[in-house]
Structures are given as structure tokens and as C-alpha cells.
Design a protein around this ligand. Structure first.
Ligand SMILES: [Mn+2]
Length: 438
């Protein structure tokens, strides 16, 4: 209790941070619409359990610049349910590198009146959305993915500002505004303008400010399901944004903290097998009262449950097909695996024919089967048989091998044995070809 007898209100403003929904994404050619619906339903549930002032969707709303009909339908109905259940919630959406800026911005002027803010053009990033709570105001800056040329320098560059390594186009007039190209140039300009606005608002008494952005910060941990940035040249120094109370990031699919005030929410679902067994989250952010800048926000990770967990397994084919009897524990594991998206690495020495089709009979959601060991063994056998040939014999047919010999040798090297039924079928086919060839 405070000395006025009123309960001390710590952290009056709560914000929910998600990113990288990738609505409409396929996982090994399988639609994830149901999975995405399942996880977005949990977001609605989380919002109903507490009072949130804003929801941030930090880019990569859709997986493709031209999203499928299913994808648009799902996101549209999610927005509708969000808004009708939480009419006062500010919904802040930015475009990521997977989104088409123009298409994502459809209806943005209309949505604004419903407290739904969509920004896909960085030139709109410097006028923040102002959140008003009972006790608190907060400026929210929405910075979408920065495409080359999407921002221009607003001031004449001085000699010392000239970007280094900008070879060959020094003739390009300084008077003509030049579209900025690299992430480094773009982010330098954007952060300069953001920081100026933030400070101006702070001077007017708006102490809290949040930046929602889609970019790759230095030191962030990647997974296999992001794309576009290669190497480290395009990575951004997140300290550029240390003045903000909170930085809600999108792009990296693992939820992680990259600075005292900056977090990636990560994708709400695993979108590659490299993310198998990773727990996915949305982040509940509380802005703290008071002037203290050291702890202006606190972040709580809220786990999201997948409809189908993603698992990576390895072992011999017979183990997966369960020739041996199972213990009770193994049986329950086998049941769990039936509901999971699986990538199975077979450790057998010989290739298993139609492995995926056979494994699917037991585990309906096997999406990927790998047989690296068998392929490796096969390559070694081939290399060895090449070396065994006498000098000069390579490629010169001393004894002419016919097609049937080749087929037999191929089958033997693959499976260690030749299936008689297959051999007969192949012989029949050969005869037919012979008859049909003039
Ligand atoms: Mn993404």
C-alpha cells in the first residue's frame, strides 16, 4: 500500500507481442492452416484473461507476398474476432520481409478508426500510435521491414556522413534525394528519425515508447525457417534503440532476448525441423511506472501449444516399424508420435524402398525421411568398384553389359539382393520397348 492507502499499482500497461505468424505457410507441402488457427485461438484466450492495451504483430503476417485464399480468410477472421472481443485493444501490425507491403496495407485507412494500425511503408513509421491508459501514455512506433529504396535521406549528407564503400556513384547528385539501399544505411536513417521523435515526445511528457520492428539484430540465434538475410553485413546493432522502453522484434523464429529492452517473440509454431522440440511463445510485456529507466519493462514468456508437435527421430527402420514388443512407456510414446510431424533419419546400411510410404502407415504425419547412411554406403561401394577396374578399362566395354545386367547390379548395390518379381517386370518392360522401337 502507498501512504495514501491506495494499492500501489506497479506496471499499469500490458502489451502482448507476437511475430512471424507466416499465415498460409506450408510445412513439407502440408497446409498448416488448422495448426495456425489452433495457436491463434490461444492468443484470443490469453487476451481474454488479462487487460491488455495493445497487441503487436511484428511482421511476416503472411508467409508469401501473395497469400493463399485460406491464409487471408484465417487472418481476416482472426482480426475480426480480436476486435469484436476486445474493442479497446490497439492492434499494431507491421510488414515483414515475407509480406507484400501494398497488399498487407489493404484497408489501412479504414482500420485506423477501429484502433487497428497497419504500417508497411517506413515513411509512416515516425508518427507513433499513442496508447492511453488510465495512468500512462505510451508512444508506439511501427517500423516495417526496410526494403532497399524504401527510405530517403531527409537531410543533405555532410562530407563526413558519406557512406563508405559507396563506390562508383559519387557522381549521383547530392541534391537528388537518394533511396537508401543497405540495411545499414536504412536503419541508420530510420533510427535517427525515430530517436528524434521519441525524445520530442518524452519532452512533452510521454515517457514510455515502444518500437515494433522486423529486422535481424547482431548476435541473434537463427533457425532454418527464416530467409533473406545472408551473412552478417545486414545485421543491425540493437543498441541503436536503447532509448525505447521496449523493442518488439520480428524476424528470428526463436523467442529470445537480445538486449535489456529488446526481445524476439519468435514464430508461434515450429516452421522447420531445426525447431523440433523448441517451445514457442508469445510475450506478455508490462511497462513499469516511474522514471527509473533501468527496468522499464518486464517480460513474461507465455508458452503456446502446437496442434501437432514437431519431432526429429533417428534409428533403424525395424525399430520404427516396431517388430519388437513394446513396454507400456514405449507404447504411449508411439501414440504421441502418431500425432506429431516427424522427420525420421533411418540409420540402416541399405536403402529402405518406399520408406516414407511404409512409415506413414504407422505414423501418419511423417513429413520427411532421410537415409544418409545408406546413401553414403552406396557411394563408397561405387567408388570401390570403380577403383577395382583395371587401368584403361574404365568406360571401355571389354565385355558388353546389357541393360538387364545394369539393372541387376543397381538393385544389388541398393538393397543387397534382387527381387525376382521386379526382375521379371523389368524384363517384360525391356521386351515391350524392344518391340515398340522401330
Ligand atoms: Mn519470419
Amino acid at each position: 500500500l502507498t501512504d495514501t492507502g491506495l494499492p500501489l499499482r506497479l506496471g499499469t500497461m500490458k502489451l502482448l507481442h507476437l511475430a512471424d505468424l507466416h499465415v498460409g505457410r506450408l510445412f513439407h507441402e502440408r497446409s498448416l492452416i488448422e495448426d495456425q488457427q489452433f495457436v491463434l485461438d490461444q492468443v484470443l484466450e490469453i487476451l481474454s484473461q488479462d487487460h491488455y492495451t495493445a497487441l503487436f504483430l511484428a511482421g511476416d503476417i503472411y508467409d508469401r507476398s501473395i497469400p493463399s485464399g485460406d491464409a487471408v480468410r484465417l487472418f481476416s477472421s482472426f482480426l475480426h474476432t480480436l476486435h469484436s472481443r476486445n474493442p479497446d485493444l490497439a492492434i499494431c501490425i507491421i510488414a515483414g520481409n515475407h509480406d507484400s507491403p501494398d497488399r498487407l496495407a489493404f484497408g489501412r485507412e479504414l482500420f485506423q478508426s477501429m484502433n487497428i494500425h497497419i504500417v508497411s511503408d517506413p515513411n509512416q513509421s515516425f508518427e507513433p500510435v499513442i496508447l492511453n491508459d488510465e495512468h500512462e501514455r505510451c508512444a508506439v512506433f511501427l517500423l516495417p521491414f526496410l526494403y532497399p529504396g524504401s527510405l530517403y535521406l531527409t537531410k543533405e549528407p555532410q562530407q563526413s556522413d558519406e557512406v563508405q564503400g559507396n563506390r562508383g556513384d559519387s557522381v549521383e547528385s547530392m541534391a537528388e534525394p537518394r533511396g537508401l539501399r543497405t540495411q545499414q544505411e536504412l536503419i541508420t536513417e530510420a533510427s535517427r528519425r525515430l530517436e528524434a521523435r521519441r525524445q520530442a515526445l518524452a519532452a512533452e511528457g510521454i515517457q514510455h515508447s515502444v518500437l515494433v520492428a522486423h529486422l535481424f539484430t547482431q548476435g541473434g540465434l537463427e533457425t532454418e525457417s527464416e530467409r533473406l538475410f545472408l551473412g552478417t553485413a545486414e545485421q543491425v546493432d540493437v543498441r541503436l534503440f536503447s532509448g525505447f522502453s521496449y523493442v518488439a522484434l520480428g524476424h528470428l523464429h526463436r523467442s529470445q532476448q537480445v538486449a535489456p529492452n529488446a526481445w524476439y517473440a519468435g514464430s508461434p509454431l515450429a516452421y522447420s525441423f531445426s525447431e523440433a522440440d523448441q517451445v514457442k511463445h508469445c510475450l506478455s510485456v508490462t511497462l513499469q511506472d516511474g522514471e527509473e529507466t533501468a527496468s522499464r519493462c518486464s517480460v513474461q514468456l507465455i508458452p503456446l501449444k502446437p496442434l501437432h508437435p514437431v519431432r526429429r527421430l533417428s534409428g533403424p527402420f525395424a525399430m520404427f516399424m516396431g517388430a519388437a514388443e513394446h513396454s507400456a512407456a514405449e507404447t504411449s510414446t508411439a501414440e504421441d508420435l502418431k500425432a506429431a510431424y516427424l522427420e525420421i533419419e533411418l540409420t540402416d546400411e541399405h536403402l529402405v524402398e518406399q520408406a516414407q510410404r511404409l512409415l506413414e502407415q504407422r505414423y501418419p504425419l511423417v513429413l520427411s525421411v532421410k537415409q544418409s547412411r545408406a546413401f553414403q554406403a552406396l557411394l563408397q561401394t561405387q567408388a570401390a568398384s570403380q577403383r577395382a577396374l583395371p587401368d584403361g578399362a574404365n568406360g571401355s566395354p571389354g565385355r558388353r553389359r546389357n541393360t538387364l545386367d545394369d539393372f541387376t547390379a543397381f538393385e544389388e548395390s541398393l538393397y543387397g539382393t534382387v527381387d525376382q518379381g521386379k526382375l521379371e517386370l523389368f524384363t517384360t518392360l525391356l521386351e515391350q520397348i524392344h518391340h515398340e522401337t522401330p
